[in-house]
Design a binder for this molecule. Structure first.
Ligand SMILES: Nc1ncnc2c1ncn2[C@@H]1O[C@H](COP(=O)(O)OP(=O)(O)OP(=O)(O)O)[C@@H](O)[C@H]1O
Length: 283
C-alpha cells in the first residue's frame, strides 16, 4: 500500500545540498563541505556563532550568491525575508507585494496576501508610513504571494521590539501551518528556534555540526523542564554557558538525526502564543 500522499510529500527533499564550499577572495572556507537536506513542509532553524556562515548559506539557497563548489538543489518557487523589510519607498504597499507578479490578477493576489498578514487597511499606504512590525508583515506578504515551496527567513524578527517580535513569530507560525512551505529560519535566538522549529541545526566550522530534532510536547513553554534542557544543550553547542539552567538530564535529549516534520495537527501559532503569555508574565 502506498504512503498517504501528504506524508509522502513531506518526506520528499525540497532542499538538497552536498559538499558545498564557499570562500571569499583568498580567505578561508566559510562553508566547507556542507551537507543539508530539508524536506517538504519542514520548519528548520539554523543557529551558529556570529560569522559562522548562516547568511552565506541562506543567500546561496536563495540564489543570491554563487556556489563555487558543491551541489545545491532548491525549488524555483522560493522567497526570502530579511531582517529589514526592503520595501520600495515609492511604491504603495500593495504594489510592493505585487511586484514581479506577471498575472493579470496580481493586485488581487497582493490584497489577499496583505489580508492574511492583517494589513488590509494599509494597502494604499506608502512604506515609510508603516511601523516596523507592519513593514515586516508586508515583507512576509510579498514572500507569501509567490506561494513559495521554500521560505528563507534571515533573522526576520531581530529588528522588532519584544512584543512585536512575539506577535510576528506567531504570524509566521500560522502562515507556515496554513501554507506549509519548507522554512529555513536563520536566528541567533535559541528560544525562538526551539519554539518554532522541528529541527534545529548548528552551523560550525563550515558544516552542520549539530542537528537536533525538537520532540517537545506542544504547546511549548519556556518553563517546561525539557525546554530548558534542550536550550542548555544548544547553548553548549554554541559555546555559551546557560547560567539560568540546571545541569541537563541526558534522558530528555533527542538523538540528532534528520527526520520528517511533526504531524500536521500541530498548532505552532498556539505554541508561540503560549510563549508570548510566558514572556509577558515574566516581564
Ligand atoms: N561578500 C563578502 N565578502 C567577503 N567576506 C564575506 C562576504 N560575505 C560574508 N563574508 C564573511 O563570511 C563570514 C560569514 O558571514 P555570514 O554573514 O554568512 O555569517 P553569519 O553566521 O550570518 O553571521 P552573523 O550571525 O553575524 O550575521 C564572515 O566572516 C563574513 O565577514
Amino acid at each position: 500500500m502506498n504512503a498517504h500522499p501528504a506524508l509522502a510529500a513531506r518526506q520528499h527533499p525540497v532542499v538538497h545540498v552536498s559538499n558545498l564550499v564557499r570562500s571569499f577572495g583568498r580567505g578561508p572556507n566559510i562553508l566547507d563541505g556542507l551537507d543539508l537536506t530539508i524536506r517538504t513542509g519542514e520548519f528548520v532553524a539554523l543557529l551558529g556563532r556570529s560569522g559562522s556562515g548562516k547568511s552565506t548559506l541562506l543567500r546561496t539557497l536563495a540564489g543570491l550568491d554563487e556556489a563555487p563548489a558543491g551541489t545545491v538543489t532548491v525549488p524555483a518557487e522560493r522567497a526570502v525575508v530579511f531582517q529589514e523589510p526592503r520595501l520600495i519607498p515609492w511604491k504603495r504597499v500593495w504594489a510592493n507585494v505585487a511586484l514581479g507578479l506577471r498575472t493579470p490578477d496580481a493586485r488581487e493576489r497582493a490584497i489577499a496576501a496583505l489580508s492574511e498578514v492583517g494589513l488590509s487597511h494599509r494597502l494604499e499606504a506608502w512604506p515609510l508610513t508603516l511601523s516596523g512590525g507592519e513593514a515586516q508583515r508586508a515583507a512576509l506578504a510579498r514572500a507569501l504571494v509567490r506561494e513559495p515551496k521554500l521560505l528563507l527567513l534571515d533573522e526576520p524578527f531581530a529588528a522588532l521590539d519584544a512584543l512585536t517580535r512575539l506577535k510576528t513569530q506567531g504570524l509566521v507560525a500560522s502562515l507556515w501551518r496554513a501554507h506549509r512551505p519548507a522554512v529555513l529560519l536563520v536566528t541567533h535566538d535559541v528560544d525562538e528556534a526551539l519554539l518554532l522549529a522541528d529541527r534545529v541545526l548548528v552551523l560550525d566550522q563550515g558544516r552542520i555540526g549539530f542537528d537536533l530534532h525538537v520532540n517537545l510536547e506542544r504547546p511549548r513553554r519556556h518553563a517546561q523542564p525539557a525546554f530548558a534542557t534542550l536550550r542548555s544543550r544548544l547553548l553548549r553547542e554554541l559555546g555559551v554557558e546557560d547560567e539560568s539552567a540546571d545541569e541537563p538530564g541526558e534522558e530528555t535529549i533527542t538523538p540528532v538525526r534528520p527526520r520528517a516534520p511533526a504531524a500536521s495537527g500541530v498548532r505552532l501559532d498556539d505554541v508561540v502564543w503560549a510563549a508570548s503569555a510566558d514572556a509577558l508574565a515574566r516581564s
